[in-house]
Design a binder for this molecule. Structure first.
Ligand code: PAF
Length: 287
């Protein structure tokens, strides 16, 4: 138990709206950090940046069932509320919005949903059908409930970031989207709440994602074919990781770049290590 005061926990939509309205009326700006909980150093980077951009930080902790598929283990998603509250207290976060599923979805999944469209069916959306509709819908609800001036999203979930940015633009949602760079372990592994499911051997194998992205970046000057060959070569050398996809996507459309492409792009990778699905990405310039 930490000696720092824990944040105030708000569990109801009405209570959260009241707090946000009070802060706004007092002339204070609000930053929202939406999370599924199980906080780690990656989330700390969000809080630190949010504190630079707004007067008051709200961290939402809500394991949103509508973004989990039937084959995904919603019940096993790590829930570490006590530790999360200690950490946020140490960081000086004043408010945590932690509603129940019933509070967020009193009549079950909403009849109105935000559709991610075609992009919701590719890459992460291909193996996780409906995932991005669930994400966009809950993010829209969280924004409506907390009315923040700023919302932070991590670069690590590149497709989610792309879709949230598009939703904010398409729906004219009055919020600044702040992108937080991926935080990595010393050996390159991107921090993720899911890393805690990895045993020692799997943890070792998981570094292949960032290693493949590094190989792709090193080959970028030699063109797209070299980028793909370098990444695939690295990935094929790690039998403990089962590759789902590696792709180089257009930064503006999140669709695969055409043959012979040159310019700025994002290399994305997803692989299963044991039962744990991991993703990572890097920005590169294909020469
Ligand atoms: O990236 C996440 O943690 C979740 O998808 C989010 C944005 C909190 C929505 O539930």
């Amino acid at each position: 138990m930490s000696s720092h005061p824990r944040p105030q926990i708000i569990e109801t939509v009405a209570g959260m709206r009241d707090v946000a309205a009070h802060e706004r009326a007092a002339g204070r700006t609000i930053a929202l950090i939406p999370t599924l909980g199980a906080l780690h150093a990656g989330h700390v980077a969000h809080v630190e940046r949010a504190a630079e951009l707004a007067d008051v930080c709200i961290v939402s902790i809500f394991v949103n069932p509508t973004q989990f598929g039937a084959n995904e283990d919603l019940d096993n998603y790590p829930r570490t509320m006590d530790d999360d509250l200690d950490l946020l207290g140490e960081l000086g976060v004043p408010y945590v919005f932690a509603p129940s599923v019933e509070e967020m979805y009193p009549k079950g999944p909403t009849s109105t949903t935000i559709a991610a469209g075609q992009l919701g069916t590719t890459f992460e959306g291909k193996s996780r059908r409906g995932h991005f509709d669930g994400v966009l819908t809950v993010v829209a609800k969280l924004l409506a409930i907390t009315s923040p001036h700023v919302v932070t999203f991590g670069q690590k979930d590149a497709q989610q970031l792309f879709l949230v940015r598009r939703m904010i633009t398409d729906l004219n949602i009055p919020v600044r989207l702040e992108i937080i760079e991926t935080v990595r372990e010393e050996d390159g592994l991107a921090l993720s709440s899911r890393n805690q499911f990895l045993n020692a051997s799997q943890r070792d194998a998981a570094t292949i994602l960032s290693a493949a992205l590094n190989a792709a970046t090193s080959a970028a000057d030699s063109g797209l074919d070299s980028v793909i060959a370098a990444a695939q070569g690295a990935l094929m050398g790690e039998s403990r990781a089962e590759l789902d996809y590696f792709a180089v996507v257009d930064t503006d459309t999140f669709t695969p770049v055409p043959d012979g492409f040159r310019g700025p792009a994002t290399a994305i990778v997803a692989a299963r290590v044991g039962a744990t699905r991991l993703i990572d990405n890097v920005s590169l310039y294909v020469g």
